[in-house]
Design a protein around this ligand. Structure first.
Ligand code: AP5
Ligand code: MG
Ligand code: ZN
Length: 214
């Protein structure tokens, strides 16, 4: 059986970076609501009677996309998977409750990183437009500037990686998602990880946490 892994932590903690490695190492699917929503930014949700008509309008400001949209995406994505690493969900108590009804989890990882560090990580992030790999202009540079090491794709800066959206994302995290961590503290396989180390050092801790709990 492949492990069912949940990875939690603030924007910029390294969830995407570590999830890529988990997916390869443990042969599981990387299910990420952020990437799924970015691929559907222009989706017409006007019939749902929400504040905005597309997910992108919430995302560019750093606000949460409404639960009805996100819950359905995750349920669909997890429905035929054996193992996975789930990144970006749940982000509030209602989503955590929805997830509890969808699946069980073998490992719950929490990446801990101080807030000052997060702003620098996010404003310097670059993402591959083809495979989604994450880089950083200073902390995690590709071999050739602007080009993905893994697939040769072009690197771009996310619309929500400007200082204003970043500050809003951190405050949304603090108000909505931080309280969710408490719901998992007593869960089997719950491990807090020091995310304020190099990506390779974090990976050593992440890998051993999964190995000893899956
Ligand atoms: P999402 O895409 O999930 O963004 P996020 O939660 O803000 O998290 P990030 O992807 O920014 O951070 P990460 O932890 O993956 O960090 P990364 O590995 O890239 O969500 C975007 C938006 O979608 C939300 O704002 C919301 O609108 C919507 N959304 C998504 N899910 C939703 C949900 N469930 N409900 C409602 N709305 C939802 O690393 C960051 C940078 O740091 C990179 O440059 C990387 O190279 C670098 N780095 C990584 N590790 C290290 C390290 N150890 N040391 C130094 N640098 C590092
Ligand atoms: Mg991410
Ligand atoms: Zn790529």
């Amino acid at each position: 059986m492949n492990p069912k892994i949940l990875i939690l932590g603030p924007p910029g903690a390294g969830k995407g970076t570590q999830s890529e490695r988990l997916a390869t190492e443990f042969d599981v699917e990387h299910v990420t609501t952020g990437d799924a929503l970015r691929a559907n930014k222009e989706m017409d949700i006007s019939d749902m009677d929400l504040e905005y008509d597309t997910p992108g309008e919430y995302m560019d400001q750093g606000d949460l996309v409404p639960d009805v949209v996100v819950d359905a995406m995750v349920e669909e994505a997890l429905s035929d998977l054996d193992g996975f690493v789930l990144d970006g969900y749940p982000r509030n108590g209602d989503q955590a409750e929805a997830l509890r009804e969808m699946t069980d989890l073998d490992v719950v990882l929490v990446l801990d990183v101080p807030e000052e560090e997060l702003v620098d990580r996010l404003t310097g992030r670059r993402v591959c437009e083809d495979c989604g790999a994450n880089y950083h202009v200073e902390f995690n540079q590709p071999e050739e500037e602007g080009v993905c090491d893994k697939c040769g794709g072009e690197l771009y800066q996310r619309e929500d990686d400007n200082e204003e959206s970043v500050r809003n994302r951190l405050s949304v995290y603090h108000d909505n998602t931080e309280p969710v961590l408490e719901l998992y503290e007593d869960h089997d396989g719950y491990v807090e990880i020091d995310g304020d180390q190099t990506p390779d050092e974090v990976w050593d801790d992440v890998r051993s946490a999964v190995e000893s709990n899956a």
